[in-house]
Design a protein around this ligand. Structure first.
Ligand code: G3I
Length: 318
């Protein structure tokens, strides 16, 4: 039957995947599914600071360009990920004093966003990523500890200056339901927009786990952000489980994926859903959560799982 991207397009949404440069260059099955099923791609690692500016002022875009070139060949859009984060950022950045750190941040954004500003394949950026703690306070990252909260507005302004047409997002995890963290995000986005800081979109990563339950107020939460005038995106969904897989867990997982897609379909301002990879062969989950895995919609042999069917059928149902 028709690929995910065809059904998503008929609903006015994108369906995306994160891509890793290793298998993209070496595995035909990986390339074929990525090219066929998805309309948007995010670099899983290749656009992060450690990849694009490992040493100050020395920019390397080989991995980023590989993703962008693949997307362009396949009629896909690229969502840039991510400009300002506390992980995968070189030590030289973290050790700077306030003035130099702000300048380095603005220069990095200018160079990375600027490289693709005239490239129609790259349409959007995660400008700042994961700035909150789960309790709703600001994360005590080196960014915050050195610059205070002002780095957030400064980052958005630098990104807008580098590409006036790119959609600029703030992205986080554990903000899918209505809770202290998502309410802190809501208040920040409202405040930034009141100050004319160019925040266009909020990314809800949606790293879910079947053993922790589904955030049943996801749609309601997306809608309250939409009512602020921003787009809402599902940016990194995956649904992990305790291994080993079995058919009951697969069925629960499929329900979670279906619920995420349906929440996005029900909110006009939800632009689409990106899955954080597609094959269980390549997933961050087993490396991070001991004993957990199988979080994606294809198994490690590139066979579709019930979760694939759930996403497909939810998109096709309209
Ligand atoms: O590049 C080295 C390689 O040289 C080395 O051989 C290999 C050995 O482990 O490590 C490689 O680096 C790894 C890198 O991914 C590239 O594969 C790191 O160890 C590994 O920690 C890193 O993990 C990434 C993680 O972010 C780190 O922050 C995951 O692939 C990536 O999926 C994950 O993505 C994040 C999003 O950016 C933000 N939201 C949460 C999400 C999941 O953590």
């Amino acid at each position: 039957s028709a690929p995910l991207r065809q059904h998503a397009a008929s609903r006015g949404k994108f369906i995306g995947t994160a891509l890793a440069t290793g298998p993209l260059s070496s595995e035909t099955s990986y390339r074929n599914i990525a090219a066929t099923e998805f309309s948007q791609v995010t670099a899983e690692n290749a656009m992060k600071w450690e990849s694009t500016e490992p040493n100050q002022g020395q920019f390397t875009f080989s991995g980023a360009d590989a993703i962008v070139d693949f997307a362009a060949q396949n009629g896909q859009q690229v969502h840039g990920h991510t400009l300002v984060w506390h992980n995968q950022t070189p030590g030289w950045v973290q050790g700077l004093g306030a003035g130099a750190m702000r300048t380095a941040m603005q220069n990095h954004i200018g160079q990375v966003v600027g490289r693709y500003a005239d490239n129609p394949t790259v349409v959007s950026w995660d400008v700042v990523n994961e700035v909150f703690d789960d309790n709703g306070g600001m994360r005590g990252s080196f960014w915050y500890n050195t610059l205070g909260q002002s780095f957030i507005a400064d980052a958005f302004r630098a990104a807008r200056a580098a590409d006036p047409d790119a959609r600029l997002c703030i992205n986080d995890y554990n903000v899918e339901g209505i809770n202290a963290k998502s309410t802190a995000m809501y208040n920040l986005v409202r405040s930034l927009r009141q100050q004319n800081v160019p925040v266009d979109c909020v990314g809800f990563q949606s790293h879910l786990a079947i053993q922790y339950g589904f955030p049943s107020d996801l749609q309601q939460n997306l809608q309250r952000f939409a009512d602020l005038g921003v787009q809402v995106w599902i940016t990194e969904v995956d649904v992990r489980m305790q291994m080993p897989r079995d058919s009951a867990k697969d069925a629960t997982q499929a329900t979670y994926y279906r619920n995420v897609v349906n929440a996005c379909l029900a909110v006009t301002a939800c632009a689409g859903v990106t899955i954080w990879g597609f094959t269980d062969k390549y997933s961050w989950v087993p490396d991070t959560f001991s004993g957990e895995g199988a979080a994606l919609i294809y198994n490690e042999n590139y066979q579709q799982k019930p979760a694939y069917t759930a996403v497909h059928d939810a998109l096709a149902a309209g």
